[in-house]
Design a protein around this ligand. Structure first.
Ligand code: PMP
Ligand code: GLN
Length: 418
């Protein structure tokens, strides 16, 4: 980082921060006016029931004021009602739920609340980038364990942890295990058996689990979203993070939450109350209304969650078909927003990887520049040691409108003409 010598230098905890991945690739997409199937944000029109919840909320005077710091009362009650059956327990809305400015804030608060300088967190690679940044801000160290394709690597469910490697990652300094299901970027949903195993290792080492489940509502076929915090003996050590942005396809609303036992949640609240104090009351009120609405129509054809999974699976299939048509192999996801695509057959040369040059980054930039199609490289979700595992993959997001998906498919099929 180039420093301006006329002012004091930034805190040393920022020493390794450069241009943020999302800022870099989103501005590239905008610069080239590219069709964006990179960044994970749905570009659908907000459904009428959500628009109505905002109209109702803004008409209530108190919904425009500061609200309870730990979470807007109506929303924490809704979240407790919604999630109690899913965790098979009575969640206390006042002590076991915290709302936040997106899942981002809940993750930041969890890491800040529990990581001291020198503490370690075990993390499953590839992983969403903010976990690494948050650990760095807390002076903690990430110990990364990669998902390794076993058998047919064309299916996300075959990307698995190697048990020996996983267990070797734990030490007496391990404080946290961070896991994501449905997974960003792989699209894997961890099975009950896998989560029971992960939970048993965390219990043995007395480690807190930070379970990022922002894509929990997008589940394909017969897959089941298993909540590790709902498994026997796991609630006590698990913080489960969710996002209204992903749940209702309104990423700009930035309403998230953390669920967990009161002794853990109260620590996150300390961080939150001196950083953001509250998430916007208006949107917490609207999200509460949206959950209430959805509960009223669940299991009917009006269900938003049912529509969302079906729509995204259809989009995913369309993109997978387009990539298959040009000889690129998709890695079929179990759920979530993302699919990996093996670009090796695009004639890209990966031989230089050992020099630290990541061809997936070049490939993504080339696609954005030459074809006006924005995607995301995978190597950015790895640490240095395992980055080579990612060389041939790019990530595409299928949480997009019909128009965006159709345009993207057209562009992909045009690759072979150049
Ligand atoms: N976790 C994961 C895995 C994500 O992909 C994202 C991006 N939406 C977040 C957390 C942050 O969610 P939010 O937008 O609610 O802050
Ligand atoms: N979570 C989204 C993704 O993985 C977007 C993150 C962001 O834009 N900061 O694409």
């Amino acid at each position: 980082m180039k420093l301006d010598s006329t002012v004091p230098p930034p805190a040393s905890r920022l020493r390794n921060f450069g241009v943020n991945l999302w800022a870099e690739f989103s501005s590239l997409a905008n610069e080239h006016k590219a069709t964006n199937i990179g960044q994970g944000f749905p570009d659908f029109v907000v459904p009428e029931f959500l628009q109505e919840e905002v109209r109702k909320a803004v008409a209530k005077p108190a919904a425009n004021w500061y609200t309870r710091a730990q979470g807007h009362p109506r929303l924490v009650k809704e979240l407790a009602t919604e999630f109690s059956p899913l965790f098979n327990r009575n969640i206390n809305p006042m002590t076991e739920v915290m709302t936040a400015v997106g899942a981002y804030e809940a993750i930041y608060a969890a890491i800040t609340a529990f990581i001291n300088e020198g503490d370690e967190a075990v993390i499953i690679e590839p992983h969403f980038d903010c976990y690494a940044g948050d650990m760095e801000l807390s002076g903690g160290k990430l110990v990364r364990v990669p998902l390794r394709p076993t058998g047919d690597e064309k299916f996300a469910k075959n990307w698995k942890l190697d048990k020996e490697e996983f267990e070797a990652a734990f030490s007496e300094r391990t404080k946290l295990l961070i896991t994501t299901t449905p997974h960003n970027p792989v699209g894997k949903m961890f099975t009950r058996e896998e989560l029971e195993y992960i939970g048993s290792v965390c219990k043995k080492h007395n480690v807190i689990i930070l379970s990022d489940e922002v894509y929990e509502r997008v589940v394909f076929d017969e897959n089941e979203h298993v909540r590790i915090g709902g498994l026997p003996d796991m609630w006590e050590r698990t913080l489960t993070v969710g996002s209204a942005g992903k749940t209702f396809s309104v990423t700009g609303w930035k309403i998230g939450w953390a669920l967990g036992p009161a002794n853990l949640i109260s620590q996150l609240q300390h961080v939150s109350s001196c950083s953001t104090f509250t998430a916007p009351t208006l949107l917490q009120e609207a999200v509460a209304g949206a959950f209430e609405y959805e509960r009223g129509v669940a299991q009917t054809d009006e269900s938003y969650f049912k529509w969302l999974s079906a729509q995204l699976q259809k989009n995913c299939q369309m993109l997978a078909d387009a990539f298959s048509d040009i000889g690129c192999t998709p890695v079929w996801p179990d759920g979530g927003y993302f699919m990996l695509v093996d670009t090796a057959t695009m004639g890209w040369d990966f031989t230089d990887l050992k020099t630290g040059r990541c061809y997936d980054v070049d490939c993504v930039k080339w696609l954005t520049r030459e074809f006006k199609l924005a995607t995301i490289p995978i190597s950015v979700f790895y640490g240095d040691k395992n980055r080579h595992l990612a060389a041939k993959y790019i990530r595409v997001c299928f949480a997009k409108s019909d128009g965006t998906i159709e345009k993207a498919c057209q562009i992909i099929r045009s690759f072979k003409k150049k």
